[in-house]
Write a protein that binds this ligand. Structure first.
Ligand code: GLA
Length: 423
């Protein structure tokens, strides 16, 4: 049995860390432990609020990216896994055009809208905008939707860079797809989630988070080509654990910095005369970099070097070569720190602390959009407790913050989970 499946009790994320993100739904009272079963919570909340049984429950996972950061919107490669933290929706169709939502994690706050009017966002219940956005995109494409009551519950840590927003978009898309018999395939559904986030919520994210939330496979990472959308599963080696540590750094300015990075990448692609930086390799970069200003040059260098790493990492993982994986993760972190400038000092310290424990037996790097959030480590399973002990002992002293450790299992995405459930 793959030892990456070992589960550990998780700490609670301190409340302050749950309120700060501007990327992803604002935080409510999430109970970020596996003891909190999103499906059960969603069903329970449904029964309490709507006084009837939900007809069906849907779910989608958060994700962690092993390597390939800020490459997705440059049409490049990424290597994420879906994780065993999910958002579930218990739902029952209605005979009219009304969508009523209740959020278990936000003290049972509710929000509703009509499918036959223009769909507006709800500033008082921002979590609902991910569902509204998905309905808006589906209707805009001419799909007929019926009304539905839904109760939403999740244990994906919020504001941690583990894609709670993509999980909510994907589970909402899955629900509308199934309840209305739309026959949309998983990849298309992921892109609908991304479109909702770009056009309705207003975050210019790439397609990685939604794709892995739909397509993830248990005990595997997925090498995704974000241009062709081809995805290849790569097994996490036996005896290797996937450890995520939340820095609990307040993630300010995430959205504006994210959009600035994206604009810089687009400017660099224009300089090279290509549709996206994916089309420039390291040799082409050296030949053509003259004339780029210093900052744009470094942004481009990050993307162009980082884009090589998911391919090399997929090979290393498939060969069980954790030493090579560690080198690649270290290179990725340094590039995010020095060239892309999306790490922050406490996150750099966290990476150093974990790296001291792992040495060359595995790897660690910041994961996700940046400016706080989580680091991800791949390490032999016997190192999990020493990693936990080291971060708990050393991180508060250098950051003034408490770390939160999640030992995860690479998990099924919404598609594979549905296939397993329905044979
Ligand atoms: C966020 C975005 C993704 C991706 C990552 C960085 O998670 O939502 O599309 O760009 O940042 O790799």
């Amino acid at each position: 049995m793959p030892v990456s499946g070992t589960l550990y009790a998780t700490n609670l994320v301190p409340a302050h860390a749950l309120r700060e993100s501007s990327h992803g739904p604002p935080a409510g009272r999430f109970t970020m432990t596996r003891a909190f079963d999103p499906r059960e919570e969603a069903a329970l909340t449904f029964r309490q609020r709507f006084r009837s049984e939900p007809g069906a429950t849907f779910e989608a996972p958060g994700r962690v990216n092993l390597i390939g950061e800020h490459t997705d919107y440059n049409d490049g490669f990424v290597l994420p896994c879906a994780i065993d933290y999910r958002i579930a929706i218990a739902a029952c169709p209605r005979p009219d055009n009304r969508v009523r939502m209740v959020a278990a994690n936000f003290d049972g706050q509710d929000s509703s809208f009509d499918l036959d009017g223009p769909i507006e966002s709800d500033a008082g219940a921002p979590w609902s905008n991910y569902v509204r956005g998905v309905a808006h995109v589906l209707l805009g494409r001419g799909h007929a939707l019926r009304g539905v009551d839904m109760a939403i519950a999740g244990n994906v840590p919020l504001g941690a860079g583990l894609s709670s927003s993509a999980a909510l978009e994907v589970v909402a898309g899955t629900l509308f797809n199934r309840l209305n018999g739309l026959g949309i395939d998983g990849t298309a559904l992921a892109l609908i989630g991304q479109e909702a986030e770009n056009g309705f919520v207003g975050i210019n994210c790439g397609n990685m988070d939604q794709l892995i939330s739909v397509l993830g496979e248990r005990d595997h990472a997925l090498l995704i080509d974000c241009r062709s959308l081809e995805a290849r599963p790569v097994r996490i080696p036996e005896g290797t654990s996937l450890v995520i540590v939340n820095s609990n750094v307040r993630r300010g300015l995430v959205d504006s910095e994210y959009n600035t990075r994206r604009a810089q990448c687009e400017a660099a692609a224009a300089h090279f005369g290509v549709p996206a930086l994916r089309d420039v390799d390291p040799a082409g970069f050296e030949q053509g970099r003259a004339g780029l200003d210093e900052v744009t040059m470094r942004r481009a260098r990050h993307v162009i070097t980082e884009n090589q790493r998911p391919l090399a990492a997929a090979e290393a993982l498939a060969a069980g070569d954790l030493v090579r994986m560690g080198e690649l993760m270290a290179g990725s972190h340094a590039s995010m720190r020095d060239d892309f400038e999306i790490t922050v000092p406490p996150v750099d310290r966290l990476v150093e602390i974990i790296s001291d424990v792992i040495d060359s037996d595995g790897g660690v790097r910041m994961t996700g959009g940046g400016f706080g959030g989580c680091v991800v480590a791949l390490a032999p399973t016997p190192m999990v407790e020493p990693i936990r002990a080291a971060v708990e002992e050393r991180y508060p002293a250098v950051s003034g913050l408490q770390p939160t450790v999640y030992v995860c299992r690479a998990s099924d995405g919404a598609d594979a989970a549905a296939r397993r459930a329905h044979g």
